[in-house]
Design a binder for this molecule. Structure first.
Ligand code: ATP
Length: 327
C-alpha cells in the first residue's frame, strides 16, 4: 500500500512539447484518483511518467517512501492497463489474468481462484478458456483490467480503462471497478476524458489542461465550485451557464435553476431536450441563452416567458479577465 507523491514534475518530449508542466500532486494511499481533461492535455503522459514508461525531465515521483524517478517500470511495483491492452495472444483469458501471479510463483490453486473471481466480477466468467483473438475489443479490455487487478501491485494505473465498452457494460464495469478498488484499497490512478465517469468513480479528480492542473478536488467540489471557467465548461452533463455581466462572468448550473416569480434570468422558451427523467429547457434571453432543468412532465411550452432563479450559494462569479472563481 502506498500513496504517490509528484513534486515539480515535468515531462518534455524531444520535439519540445511540455506534456506535463511543473506538477505537484499528492495522491493518497488507497485513493481512487482521476486524471481528467480534454485530448492532448497530458493525462496519458503523466500516467506513463508515474509508470516509468516516459522519463521525467524535471522533478520527482515517489511511491510510498521510495523515490522511483529513475527506476525501471518493472521495479516500481505498479500495474498498468493501457488503451491498447497488450494481452498475450497465445494464452487463454484465465492464463492471462493469472500471469502476474504465475511469474511470482504463487500456488496454482490461488492463481485459478483469483482468475475466476476477478473474471467473474468483470463478466468474463464464460470466456476464461478463450484466447484474446477470440474476444471483442471490450472483452479484451476487461481481461486486461482483470490481469492488472490480479497482479496486486502497490499502485494500479489505468489509461481509459472502460473506453471500449458499450454504455451498459461501461456502467457495470464502473460499479465493479469501484467496488473492487474499495475492497483492495489499492491506490488507483485512472485517465479519462469522460467527466461523468470521473465524477462517478473518483475520490478526487485532477482537471488538467495543457500539462497543468486547473483544479484538484472531490467530485462535489469540482461540480459545485469549479475553480475557473475552463473547469466550469468541462464538468457537468449539461454545460454551465456562463453569462458576462459587468466585470464578472456569472456561472450557474442548469440543474440549480428553477422557475420563480422573480430571479436571475428571464427569457422565452426556445428548445426543450428530453434527458430521461428530466428535460433541459433553453431560454432565449436577448444576447444569452440560458439552460435550466425541469422534472419530466413539467416542460414549459415553446414560446412561454419564464423567469428562473437559483439559491445564492449556487451562483458563482468568475473574473472576466482571468476566468478565475471570485471567492
Ligand atoms: P488523449 O486524451 O488524446 O489521449 P492526453 O491528455 O492523454 O490525450 P497526451 O497523450 O499525454 O495527452 O499528450 C500530451 C501532449 O504531448 C500532446 O500535445 C501530444 O501531442 C504530445 N505528445 C504525446 N506523445 C508524444 C510523443 N511521443 N512525442 C511528442 N509529443 C507527444
Amino acid at each position: 500500500m502506498a500513496g504517490i507523491t509528484i513534486a515539480g514534475l515535468s515531462t518534455v518530449y524531444p520535439n519540445g512539447v511540455r506534456a506535463v508542466d511543473s506538477l505537484d500532486v499528492e495522491i493518497f494511499d488507497g485513493e481512487l484518483f482521476a486524471l481528467l481533461g480534454p485530448s492532448g492535455c497530458g493525462k496519458t503522459t503523466l500516467l506513463r511518467t508515474i509508470a516509468g514508461l516516459e522519463g521525467a525531465s524535471e522533478g520527482a515521483v515517489s511511491i510510498g517512501p521510495r523515490e522511483v524517478t529513475r527506476l525501471q517500470p518493472g521495479d516500481r511495483r505498479v500495474a498498468m492497463v493501457f488503451q491498447d491492452y497488450a494481452l498475450f495472444p497465445h494464452m487463454t483469458v484465465a492464463e492471462n489474468i493469472a500471469y502476474p501471479l504465475r511469474v511470482r510463483g504463487v500456488a496454482k490453486s490461488v492463481q485459478q481462484e483469483t482468475a475466476v473471481r476477478t473474471a467473474g466480477g468483470l463478466s468474463l466468467g464464460a470466456l476464461l478458456d478463450r484466447r484474446p483473438g477470440q474476444l471483442s475489443g471490450g472483452q479484451q479490455q476487461r481481461a486486461a483490467l482483470a490481469r492488472a487487478v490480479a497482479a496486486s501491485a502497490e499502485v494500479l494505473l489505468l489509461d481509459e480503462p472502460l473506453s471500449n465498452l458499450d454504455a451498459r457494460l461501461r456502467l457495470e464495469a464502473r460499479t465493479f471497478l469501484k467496488k473492487l478498488q474499495r475492497e483492495l484499497e489499492l491506490t488507483t490512478v485512472f485517465v479519462t476524458h469522460d467527466q461523468a465517469e470521473a465524477l462517478a468513480l473518483a475520490d478526487r479528480i485532477a482537471v488538467m489542461d495543457a500539462g497543468r492542473i486547473r483544479q484538484l478536488g472531490t467530485p462535489r467540489e469540482v461540480f459545485q465550485r469549479p475553480a475557473d471557467t475552463f473547469v466550469a465548461n468541462f464538468i457537468g452533463s449539461t454545460p454551465m451557464n456562463l453569462v458576462p455581466r459587468g466585470d464578472v462572468v456569472v456561472g450557474v448550473r442548469p440543474e440549480y435553476l428553477t422557475p420563480a416569480a422573480s430571479g436571475l434570468f428571464t427569457g422565452t422558451v426556445s428548445i426543450v431536450e428530453n434527458l430521461g427523467v428530466t428535460s433541459l429547457v433553453t431560454l432565449d434571453c436577448g444576447e444569452d441563452q440560458i439552460g435550466y432543468v425541469v422534472p419530466e412532465d413539467d416542460e414549459p411550452a415553446i414560446g412561454t416567458t419564464v423567469t428562473v432563479d437559483a439559491p445564492p450559494a449556487r451562483v458563482l462569479r468568475y473574473d472576466k479577465e482571468t476566468g478565475l472563481l471570485v471567492r
